[in-house]
Design a protein around this ligand. Structure first.
Ligand SMILES: C[S@@+](CC[C@H](N)C(=O)[O-])C[C@H]1O[C@@H](n2cnc3c(N)ncnc32)[C@H](O)[C@@H]1O
Length: 213
């Protein structure tokens, strides 16, 4: 997926993936990450997900990155937070107490940018990336941080729509992360009734949650 594809979606205000409420699987499985108040949680390809607000409410410091600065601005604005926005060589940085939101390419981050991060939360990030990019994403994520990952994927009959989002099966998750980490499938839920993908012609949709540690 070209960066321009996503930047255009944000400019147009077309963000159908945004749930608008904290993700149910995140709420159910957060405890797997064994976090403590004040810990830093990294949300790659974060968009303006309410999950970040919910994590903040649980007492965590949220680090996120999205290609578009509109994502962070809309997220912080929606919660009435004042913030600073500074331009750096590899990204812009939106900062507000409890939040450090990078606007730039995930692949341009380095480990120093994510110092002290204790856990990673990926919802609609891995599945937003086309097959050839997913391997590089998984490698980079595990190179950047040793932290455990709570990963939420989705599976649907592949031929029904063209991604994103792309269906990612358990075999692929194990192939992507299994050499370097232990992968545990911790839950699944049929989400077709509340998904906008139904309007695009998807008939079956199951969200899967993994703990990668
Ligand atoms: C499907 S959305 C998911 C957003 C969020 N995780 C959520 O659950 O609402 C994928 C997001 O990834 C961002 N994105 C895509 N490629 C990226 C990259 N290489 N670096 C940073 N963000 C990227 C897009 O701008 C988009 O907001």
């Amino acid at each position: 997926m070209e960066a321009e594809f996503w930047l255009q979606r944000w400019r147009e205000g077309s963000t159908p993936w945004n749930e608008g409420v904290p993700n149910a699987a995140l709420r159910r499985h957060l405890e797997c990450l064994d976090l403590h108040p004040g810990d830093r949680v990294f949300v790659p390809l974060c968009g303006k997900a309410e999950d970040m607000w919910w994590l903040h409410e649980q007492g965590f410091e949220v680090f996120g990155i999205d290609l578009s600065p509109i994502a962070g601005r809309e997220f912080l604005g929606a919660h009435g937070l004042s913030y600073t926005e500074t331009r750096h060589s590899r990204y812009s940085l939106l900062e507000s107490p409890g939040f450090r939101l990078f606007a730039g390419d995930f692949f341009a981050l380095d480990a120093g940018d994510l110092e002290g991060v204790a856990a990673i939360y990926d919802r609609a990030a891995l599945v937003a990336l086309p097959p050839p990019v997913r391997q590089g994403y998984a490698r980079r994520l595990t190179e950047l941080l040793e932290a455990p990952i709570l990963l939420i994927t989705m599976e649907y009959p592949e031929h029904e729509i063209e991604g994103p989002p792309f269906p990612v099966c358990e075999r692929e998750v194990r192939a992507l992360f299994g050499e370097r980490r232990r992968v545990r499938h911790v839950g699944e839920e049929d989400i077709i009734e509340r998904s906008n993908l139904r309007e695009r012609g998807v008939t079956r949709l199951v969200e899967h949650t993994y703990l990668i540690a």
